[in-house]
Design a protein. Sequence first.
Length: 110
Amino acid sequence: MASENVHEFTDANFKDEVESADKPVLVDFWAEWCMPCRMLSPTIDKLAGENEGKIKVGKVNIDHNQQVSVNHGINAIPTVLIFKGGEVVKRFVGITSEGDLAAAIEEVSA
């Protein structure tokens, strides 16, 4: 991962790290070959640093973690899901602005 504040979520740890988390979790579904995903990555890293302690931030590589991707209906990347209480409360598909993601983080962590 590019940032120490960005966790790696996998098929194996997704339930514990995301669905059972005690605070909101932002999950970036991505793949190495996806140029829009790579363009979004610095924004995800920045938001992870700015919101440390308020929200957990992580990434799921869809090539290596297909089960969790299928379970959450990921059919285009990048897709960013924000979970609260184990449920998806926000969904963004495609390149999303830092402002939109920051506003969503504020809303779910209020």
